[in-house]
Structures are given as C-alpha cells and as structure tokens.
Design a protein around this ligand. Sequence first.
Ligand SMILES: [Zn+2]
Length: 311
Amino acid sequence: MRTMRLFGCAAIAAAVVTLCAFAQQAPNVNIDPGPQINVDGYSYTQQQLFQRNIGGPNEQTTQFPPHKIIGNLYYVGTASLASFVLVTPQGNILIDSTYERNVPVIQKSVEQLGFKFSDTKILLGSHAHADHMEGDALVKQLTGAQVMAMAEDVPALEAMKPGGKTHPIDRVLHDGDEVKLGGMTLVAHLTPGHTRGCTTWTMKVQDGGKSYNVVIIGSMGVNPGVKLVNNPDVPGIVDEFTRGFKTMRSLPCDVPLGSHPGMYHMQEKYAKLKQGGANPFIDPAGYKIEMDIDEAMFHAVLAQQKQQNGQ
Ligand SMILES: [Zn+2]
C-alpha cells in the first residue's frame, strides 16, 4: 500500500501545529494519527489529511506565486491557505482573507498580477475559522469591500475579533444565494459539518471559448479532536456533515479548488502549468477523489468514536 501523496505542506510533521486556527498542539511524537482510510490506492490517516491541508507555520504565511487558474480567476494565497480573486470589469471579488497577518501578502499577490487591491468590491469566505476569515476586518478597512457570510457561520464570525476589531458582515447569505458582480455569478452552497455555515462556492468561468464549472470546496474535513458523537455544541453534527456531502456530490465540477490548496493538489498542478499543455486545474476526477477521501474519513472517524462510546 502506498502512503498518502506528499506535496509540500504535507511533509511537515514536527513543529507547532495550528489546529485549523482555534487550538494549538505541542510538538509531540505521540500525536494520535486517528483512523486510516484507503482511497484510490493511497492510504491516509486523519492526522495526515489535516497536515496536508494546513501545512506548517511557514507555509501558512509564505506567499505562493500568484497565478491564473482559469479565465478571470486567480490564486493569491499562501502555500497552505488559499485565497482567490475573481476579476470583473466592475471590480473584484476576493474569497478568503485568511489570517489577518496574511492580508499584506494577498495584497502583494493581487498587485503582482497587475490588479488593484482597492478594486476589491466584495469579500466572501469559506468558513468561520481564523485561518480563512480572520483578515476580513482589515480587508474591509483597506478596500471598503462588502463582506458577506453564511447565516449559520455568523455567530462564530462575530466571536472572531483580531485586535478587538468587530467582524464586518454587510450581507447575510443563505443556502443557494447568488452573489453577482460584473457579469459573474457565484452561488453560495451551505456545506456544513466542518463549521455550521461552511460555504462551498460555485461559479461558471469562461476560458478559450468554453465554460467551466468551478467548485471551491469550503472544507469537508474532520479535524483531529472534533467530536462527532456526543458533541454538546453541535448535537446534530453528523446530520450536518451528511447534508454537506450530499450537496458536494450534487455539484457539477470541472475545476476543483479548495480553502486549502492541498485539497486540490495545487503545488503539483502549478508545476504542470509551467510546463505548458492542457490546463492542469481542469480535474473533474480529482474532485470526486477528494470527496471520496473526505467522506471515507468522516465515516472512519464516526465509527471509531461510536466504538469508543460503546455504541
Ligand atoms: Zn477550518
């Protein structure tokens, strides 16, 4: 059995691990790897998938070369925290501000692509964890962008106050709501579980005379330590994840993207991009495999916790 695919951030094993932004784990060889799954000929533990996504501290803050993904959609995030900019004639839409300390990195990336950060008219988010949406207040301060967030994530966002700043929310979104700007339409899909208002964004992007379905995966990962059984804060968390997977499976996808670049193997695809040829970001099979991985891990974690709870 091959072990999991290792790209960039996944290779970081030691050092301090930020638990998707709300807890810290000491560097410790005794970290519980969690259950292991096998999908498409590769094996993954829960801890490996988590690491693949969040990367190490440096990768969370180091600029990844900004690049065009497809059509008018560009990558402006760090090596392990995704941020996307959609460029339209009426201004730009930014998806995920990431950590507040990364906002200058994102601004630099937007400008290196030849666009103006001040043209950011709308700021969207993937889910209410600090590594994806902590920088919202600063982005609004710098650009005046309208900040929009899924209703079910609003309480968690209101508790996110870097430097005491109130989290801006100009429009509260609901499942299926559309966000329009400059001829582009983005659809907000509620894909809960990872957070209560976790949002997967879809849009149609034109490139070379063709239309492509883009899906930005909010996250369907079960972080280490998350209770699926007897969760006092979210008693219906299993139902919420189940709803999330059902929605994810219903979305047509040509170009899978995600709130962490590891979800769509950005580094490997970016390397291919530089070699020329077909656009490596067009990867419908990759979307299906990622959902297979996430769903298999969800069921493995649930089975383990049920067993531990004598169910
Ligand atoms: Zn998260």
